[in-house]
Design a protein around this ligand. Structure first.
Ligand SMILES: [Zn+2]
Length: 145
C-alpha cells in the first residue's frame, strides 16, 4: 500500500492529465500528416502483395535468405539449415556454423534425450573426422540449403 498523501496523489493525477493533454495536441497535429501517408502506404501494400505473389511461383526453388547477410539462396546451394526446430533459419556458405560452433552448441545443450545424444555423437564424429582429415575447427561446416 502506498503511503503517499492525498495531496501528493492529486499532484500525480494532475501531472498525468497534463501529459495526456500535451500528447493529444501532438496527435492532433499529426492527423493531416497521417492522412497524407495513406495513399503511399496503400501503394507499398500493393507492392508487397505483388512481391509475395511473384515469390510464390518459386517457393520450391528458393530456400530463403541468409540470416546474417540476407543473400538469397536457392534450394541446393551451399549453406546450412542448422536448426531442426526452426527450418526457416538458413545461412549462406560464408556465414554458417563452424565446426567449433557445433562443439560449443552441444557443450551448452543441457539434458539430452537419447535422440539428442545420438545427434550430439554424430556431430562430434563429424568434427573429429574433419580434424583428422586436416581440417580446422574454424572451418565452416559444409552443407546445402
Ligand atoms: Zn550470409
Amino acid at each position: 500500500m502506498s503511503d503517499l498523501t492525498d495531496a501528493k496523489r492529486a499532484e500525480i493525477k494532475a501531472a498525468l492529465a497534463e501529459f495526456e493533454r500535451r500528447s493529444a495536441v501532438v496527435e492532433e497535429e499529426m492527423k493531416p500528416l497521417q492522412a497524407r501517408l495513406v495513399p503511399s502506404q496503400k501503394r507499398l501494400d500493393e507492392i508487397e502483395g505483388e512481391r509475395e505473389a511473384y515469390l510464390e511461383q518459386f517457393e520450391d526453388d528458393i530456400a530463403g535468405k541468409c540470416e546474417t547477410c540476407g543473400k538469397l539462396l536457392f534450394v541446393g546451394e551451399p549453406g546450412q539449415r542448422p536448426h531442426d526446430d526452426d527450418p526457416g533459419i538458413i545461412y549462406c556458405a560464408l556465414h554458417g556454423m563452424t565446426f567449433a560452433d557445433v562443439l560449443e552448441a552441444w557443450r551448452g545443450a543441457g539434458e539430452l534425450d537419447e535422440y539428442q545424444m545420438k545427434d550430439r555423437d554424430n556431430a562430434r564424429k563429424s568434427v573429429d573426422d574433419h580434424v583428422a582429415n586436416g581440417g580446422l575447427l574454424s572451418d565452416i561446416m559444409p552443407g546445402v540449403v
